[in-house]
Design a protein. Structure first.
Length: 297
């Protein structure tokens, strides 16, 4: 018998997929926040560089005397406003970046906690699986031991089956021989009481004598019923109705000492009705039935 191992629990695959997805999400968030921070710093550096160039230009113009004091003051005021605006924008973006970083940090902490919980679950599942494998291995050992014991018992049962089969063959042979004897004797007809007693002494069939008169009521003979429909003493002919298996079987215009055979569902061998004497509205005879009742297939 091949050893089989239990499949990994379905929940383990799901936990691993969730853990991997969470880690990838956190990695993507950190990369995004880093790129955004670098971009903000680059914008601020560019704006600062631009304003410094403007201030440098303004100082050079002032040193050369190219602009009036009023123009220089206007440009200086403009640059100061620009610097202040840029600083405010930088502070706003810095706050947004800090808030996003804080959210990302909280998400990372939550993801870490969830990952730890998943790892605990996975460890528990792994322990359960290991226990199941040990249990399965123990069952396999027990099954192998049981197989060895069952093998010896199977040999004993096989010998008993062979003996039973031999006895069955012998019994079937006996039954076939009996059936052959019954078939051979089914053609023997007793025409008088002495012959009927001789057939009874053979013990192969059951014999029921009857004296049937014409009536509206069935007359029970053995395990069947008979109804005399017509009797003709001069021609020695008669007509009877047989009631068996909830059916009516009419045997019409039969003669004396004629074996009238019919079958019932409860027997594979025929029943035999013999009328030895036909009188006016009366029949005298016997019914032969098989001793062995075997239902027909």
């Amino acid at each position: 018998m091949e050893e089989s191992h239990p499949k990994p629990p379905k929940g383990m695959v799901t936990f691993l997929a969730m853990l991997f997805g969470t880690l990838m999400f956190l990695l993507a968030c950190n990369v995004y926040l880093f790129l955004r921070s670098e971009r903000i710093k680059g914008d601020f550096a560019y704006s600062r560089s631009t304003m410094l160039r403007e201030l440098s230009s303004l100082r050079e113009a002032a040193s050369r005397g190219d602009a009036t004091g009023q123009e220089r003051q206007a440009r200086l005021d403009f640059l100061q406003r620009e610097i202040k605006t840029k600083q405010q924008e930088l502070e706003t973006k810095q706050r947004q970046l800090e808030a996003a970083s804080s959210r990302a940090a909280r998400a990372a902490i939550e993801a870490k906690v969830e990952a730890e919980r998943n790892l605990v679950r996975l460890a528990k599942v792994a322990a359960e699986r290991e226990q199941q494998e040990r249990h399965l291995a123990r069952e396999i050992r027990q099954m192998k031991e049981a197989d060895s014991v069952a093998g010896s018992k199977l040999d004993e049962v096989s010998s008993e089956v062979e003996a039973t089969r031999s006895e069955l063959h012998t019994t079937l042979s006996d039954l076939r021989r009996v059936a052959s004897d019954v078939e051979a004797l089914s053609g023997l007809v007793a025409t008088n009481g002495i012959q009927l007693n001789a057939l009874k002494e053979l013990g192969v069939r059951n014999y029921f004598e009857f004296n049937l008169t014409k009536s509206n009521y069935p007359y029970k003979v053995g395990d069947i019923k008979l109804v005399l429909k017509k009797a003709n003493p001069k021609r020695k002919r008669y007509t009877v109705e047989i009631l068996a298996d909830d059916k009516r079987i009419e045997k019409k215009d039969r003669t004396t000492n004629e074996p009238v055979q019919f079958y019932l569902a409860s027997s594979r061998y025929p029943y035999e009705l013999v009328v030895n004497e036909v009188r006016k509205d009366q029949l005298v005879g016997y019914l032969a039935t098989p001793k062995t009742q075997m239902a027909r297939n």
